[in-house]
Design a protein around this ligand. Sequence first.
Ligand code: SAM
Length: 232
Amino acid sequence: RLFVEATLSPGELRIDGAQAHYLIAVMRIKLGEAIKLFDDRTGEWAGVARQIGKRDLILEVTDLLREREAVPDLWLCAAPIKKGRIDWIAEKACELGVDRLVPVLTRRSVVDKLNPERLRAHMIEAAEQCGRTALPALDEMVKLPALLRDWPEARTLFFADEAGGVPAIEAMRAHPGPAAILVGPEGGFDDAERAAIKAHSRAVGISLGPRILRAETATAAAVALWMGAAGD
Ligand code: SAM
């Protein structure tokens, strides 16, 4: 499986750089071998290895265009956390089947800038590894008050609340349909933010157990529980 940064069309496609190295040295592709190519704007294509060099290869692309993969309708609204861990969240969101990643700036956010290209690269790597053919959409960072103000009425907002909340599985089963999971930053939400979230008509506080989890642990756990309860 290979995500290609190109708009695919039938014909020859030259692959070089890290992707060629991955196919030649890691996947040890053979002449005539078929691989799946993903242009995440249009979906899945097939390619056949026609020429393999030391550092590049030529694929013949045949247009077996298929529909984009449907994933469960789950958004992940996550406060960005320190560098390596937001990358990890993006990777797990992709593997677990999240449809959209919404970075949310909160008052205690330590990180207030993101590198979308780096996050996308981690999602592409995760997609190639897990076989996903469409990447989660990656939104611009949004401040929590704006996120709540513009929240779509039809979508349940499961708020990971270490200070309360209903057991996650119970809450998720009770609220099927389009959903989002909101997780705070390393320092959590402050009291005013917590009150604003809880006052929101579509917010449902969920507990992930009695312990205080790292933001990334809470994120992966909540998404996996939702996929099991209401999603995938
Ligand atoms: N308030 C935490 C503390 O006292 O250390 C700091 C926030 S915690 C490290 C990061 C985020 O993970 C929280 O804002 C919450 O969204 C989520 N979280 C952590 N443990 C949780 C739990 N047991 N249940 C639900 N959400 C949890």
